[in-house]
Design a protein around this ligand. Structure first.
Ligand SMILES: NC(=O)c1ccc[n+]([C@@H]2O[C@H](COP(=O)([O-])OP(=O)(O)OC[C@H]3O[C@@H](n4cnc5c(N)ncnc54)[C@H](OP(=O)(O)O)[C@@H]3O)[C@@H](O)[C@H]2O)c1
Length: 229
């Protein structure tokens, strides 16, 4: 039986590369994204892997779609759940921040990952692994440049969510990795970013391979090093 991975934000950037590399490793992949019908790169990937790649509509902030995913996965044992979908939000400086944008980004970056894990909890296999895609920008210790209130705070809060989940799910043998992918060439990272999606995901898969209950709940860089909170 192939192992099963569920990946959010699977249509582009790091999510798409996760799909590629886990398919290469023989996984069955449930690739979730907002608009599967127009996700061209994902559909191309499906051409050679139609037996192991299933696309599922999921706006992570949509409760009905999260529940729909739970029913779609009934009868499956999910070995790996990658909460990858995320957004930066408007780049607002001190004096410009407003609550509507903050709520929107918090919903996607912080609240949805936890609610999705809760929704899919019964489908998670004993020994399943959960990945939360966070950012070094959520590290308070690493903040030397200020600004980015919304993105930083939603990722710092996601880190807190990840730590609690790691403690709460350890008894089921489920482990949680809170992962920074590096500064990566994607739409979010931009063209000046330092590393490719291939390099980032290859590193993160090594982190996932080494993840176990004993080292669960840590803030991992893509190269395996630990980032201070
Ligand atoms: N790139 C970097 O340098 C970097 C650094 C640190 C952390 N990260 C984190 O890594 C993750 C992936 O980043 P990326 O660079 O691949 O970003 P990206 O290129 O901007 O892609 C973002 C992905 O998230 C999806 N998404 C956004 N809001 C969503 C929603 N409400 N429901 C479902 N999907 C949604 C997007 O879907 P649509 O196509 O539908 O918009 C897209 O698939 C994010 O969590 C990001 O914060 C990235």
């Amino acid at each position: 039986m192939p192992k099963t991975a569920v990946i959010t934000g699977a249509n582009r950037g790091l999510g798409l590369e996760y799909c590629r590399q886990f398919l290469d490793r023989g996984y069955k992949v449930f690739a979730c994204c907002r608009a599967p019908e127009s996700a061209e790169d994902l559909l191309k990937l499906k051409q050679g892997n139609s037996d192991r790649l299933e696309t599922i509509p999921l706006d992570v902030s949509n409760p009905a779609q999260r529940t729909n995913l739970k029913y779609t996965l009934q009868g499956e044992q999910v070995d790996l759940l990658i909460n990858n979908a995320g957004m930066y939000g408007h780049r607002l400086n001190f004096g410009e921040v407003q609550s509507e944008e903050w709520h929107k980004v918090m919903e996607v970056n912080t609240i949805a990952p936890l609610l999705l894990v809760q929704e899919l909890s019964e489908s998670l296999s004993a020994g399943a692994k959960i990945v939360l895609m966070t950012s070094k920008m959520g590290s308070i210790a690493d903040n030397t440049s200020g600004g980015s209130y919304i993105y930083r705070s939603t990722k710092a809060a996601l880190n807190a969510v990840g730590k609690s989940m790691a403690i709460d799910l350890a008894g089921r043998g489920i482990s949680v990795a809170i992962c920074h992918p590096g500064w990566v060439q994607t739409d979010m990272g931009g063209p000046n970013a330092l590393i490719s999606t291939e390099t980032s995901i290859k590193g993160l898969i090594d982190v996932i391979d080494q993840l176990k209950v004993e080292n669960s709940g840590q803030f991992f860089n893509y190269d395996g090093s630990i980032i201070p909170w």
